[in-house]
Ligand binder design. Structure first.
Ligand SMILES: Nc1ncnc2c1ncn2[C@@H]1O[C@H](COP(=O)(O)OP(=O)(O)O)[C@@H](O)[C@H]1O
Ligand SMILES: [Mg+2]
Length: 233
């Protein structure tokens, strides 16, 4: 399965969705990060937007891939996709993460329109509602975007494709940590805390324990969101 994660907007969770929602749930998939302005964001193999020809060749050689398209490259990439007519068909799906800030919803609408224009069918274009606050429904928070999709059905908007705000993503940023690996970590942190000599050491173990707890809470949410995406359909 080959999935592109895309949005004109930065900071909507493209890299988070690529790495923590999609990559662990697509068997054998590798992550390709198309280089963005923010160099330290790039993870996995970096590819410039203008090297689209190379990306296309590469896509023919792998079975499963998640391509994280940095915001600064989206327009360039769409231009290239248009020039290489039909090349969007290399992707089984386009996942578009979005957040509720109005500017981001507007950018998301523009992204959907552009992808539709180059020929991506609505059945392959799927929204992920990200950073949903506790006590707020997707329907409320994303009313403008949902109204657009209802009027112009260019994408799939399943309200169950949602991820709540969770500090775990910030905590493990920059580390190579995989959430399921954190959940599976069988270390007895309580015992380590009890044996620890000083406060600093206790706090260090306590942080590891907290991270594992957060990971345990978030993995089922990611599983549910992934299932709701129905990328196999
Ligand atoms: N569901 C979430 N809850 C909390 N923080 C999140 C969530 N999704 C993303 N983030 C954080 O928001 C920031 C932007 O996310 P990122 O995935 O880098 O966005 P993009 O790749 O679209 O620029 C990062 O610091 C990331 O850790
Ligand atoms: Mg990113």
């Amino acid at each position: 399965m080959k999935i592109a994660v895309i949005n004109f907007s930065g900071n909507v969770g493209k890299s988070t969705v690529a790495r923590h929602l999609l990559l662990p749930r697509i068997q054998g998939a590798e992550l390709i990060a198309i280089e963005s302005l923010n160099a330290d964001e790039a993870q996995g193999q970096a590819l410039r937007g203008r090297q689209y020809g190379e990306l296309q060749e590469y896509l023919q050689t792998v079975a499963s891939v998640v391509v994280d398209i940095g915001a600064s490259n989206v327009e360039e990439l769409l231009g290239q996709m248009q020039r290489y007519r039909g090349s969007h068909e290399d992707f089984d799906g386009f996942v578009v993460p979005t957040v509720s800030a109005l500017k981001q919803q507007q950018d998301t609408i523009a992204t959907l329109i552009e992808l539709g224009r180059i020929g991506v069918p609505a059945s392959r274009l799927k929204l992920v509602f990200n950073m949903v606050e506790d006590g707020v429904t997707v329907a409320q928070a994303f009313a403008p975007l949902l109204a657009f999709v209802q009027q112009q059905p260019v994408a799939q908007a399943n309200l169950s494709c949602r991820l709540g705000v969770n500090e775990i993503y910030g905590r493990i940023k920059g580390s190579k940590a995989d959430l399921q690996t954190l959940v599976n970590d069988a270390t007895d942190y309580k015992a380590l805390i009890a044996q620890a000599k000083g406060t600093t050491e206790k706090v260090a173990w306590a942080q590891k324990l907290a991270t594992r707890r957060l990971a345990s809470g978030v993995v089922p949410e990611l599983d549910a969101c992934f299932a709701a995406l129905e990328l196999n359909k």
